[in-house]
Every structure is written in structure tokens, then in C-alpha cells.
Design a protein around this ligand. Structure first.
Ligand code: HEC
Length: 120
């Protein structure tokens, strides 16, 4: 019985160490892509990174206003929104002359599109 107890304790610590290291190597993904919505997910990201050029009054976005759902939806449907933020080379990379969006931002926009790109 004592040996089993010792084995159990050793196993416990080995397992504990294993998980500690696993969390260091593979950090817990804190990017929440569930329930990605237009109003609470997409608008804040575009507002921070894109509206400076792509809103109603801005002239520096090639005349493309992405601050209204209808226009944005056309760029979702023709694939240019995802191609631009993923910087695939199919269309000019966005945001223009700035750092690519974070992996989380791109994942959240992609999740919204995959769930139908609703005006929600
Ligand atoms: C510094 C200004 C600027 C910023 C910031 C910017 N854009 Fe653009 N965007 C442009 C210009 C200029 C064009 C027109 C490019 C062309 O047609 O050659 C454009 C075009 C586009 C297009 C049409 C397809 C294409 O690539 O030509 C999309 C979609 C787009 N932008 C999305 C975005 C998104 C999404 C963001 C934010 C992540 C963003 N843009 C940020 C200036 C900007």
C-alpha cells in the first residue's frame, strides 16, 4: 500500500509538471471567437484600425466607407475584406501603411463572417 501511495504522489507531481510546462509552451488561447457580432466585435476593430480612412467623411480610403453595414457587407461577399486584412496579395494589404491586425482581431472578424456576417 505504501508503494502505491508513493507512486500516486510521484505521478501527481509528474503530471503537475507536465501541465505546467504545456501551459508555457502552448499558452491558453484567450481570444474569444464565440458570439462574434457586428456591433460588439467587428465595429470596434474597424473603428480603431480602419475608420480613419474608411468612414463617411474620410477621403483617404479610396472612397470606400466601411462604417456602414451595407457597404462592409459587399466587401465581405466579394472576399476583399478578408483578403485585405489577411494580406494575401490579392488586393492591397490593409490597414494601409500600418501593422497587420492582431491574429485575434482577424480570427474574430473571420468568425463573424463564417456565422453569416449578420447585422447583429
Ligand atoms: C491609411 C488609410 C487606410 C487605412 C488605415 C485602411 N485603408 Fe483600406 N484602403 C485604403 C485605400 C487608399 C484603399 C484603395 C486602395 C486601392 O484601390 O488601390 C483601400 C481599400 C480597401 C479595400 C478594398 C480592397 C482593396 O484592398 O483595395 C478594403 C476591403 C479595405 N481597404 C479594407 C480596410 C480595412 C478592413 C482596414 C482596417 C483594418 C483598412 N482598409 C484600413 C486606405 C486605408
Amino acid at each position: 500500500m505504501k508503494i502505491i501511495g508513493v507512486v500516486a504522489i510521484i505521478t501527481f507531481f509528474l503530471t503537475g509538471c507536465y501541465y505546467d510546462k504545456a501551459q508555457l509552451i502552448y499558452p491558453i488561447n484567450t481570444c474569444d471567437t464565440t458570439n462574434a457580432k457586428y456591433s460588439t466585435t467587428v465595429v470596434p476593430i474597424l473603428s480603431t484600425n480602419c475608420y480613419v480612412c474608411h468612414s463617411g467623411t474620410a477621403s483617404s480610403g479610396g472612397g470606400i466607407a466601411l462604417d456602414n453595414y451595407t457597404t462592409l457587407k459587399t466587401y465581405v461577399t466579394n472576399g476583399q475584406l478578408l483578403n485585405s486584412i489577411n494580406q494575401t496579395g490579392v488586393v492591397p494589404a490593409m490597414p494601409l501603411n500600418a501593422t497587420i491586425l492582431s491574429t485575434c482581431d482577424i480570427s474574430q472578424i473571420t468568425a463573424w463572417i463564417n456565422s453569416g456576417a449578420l447585422n447583429n
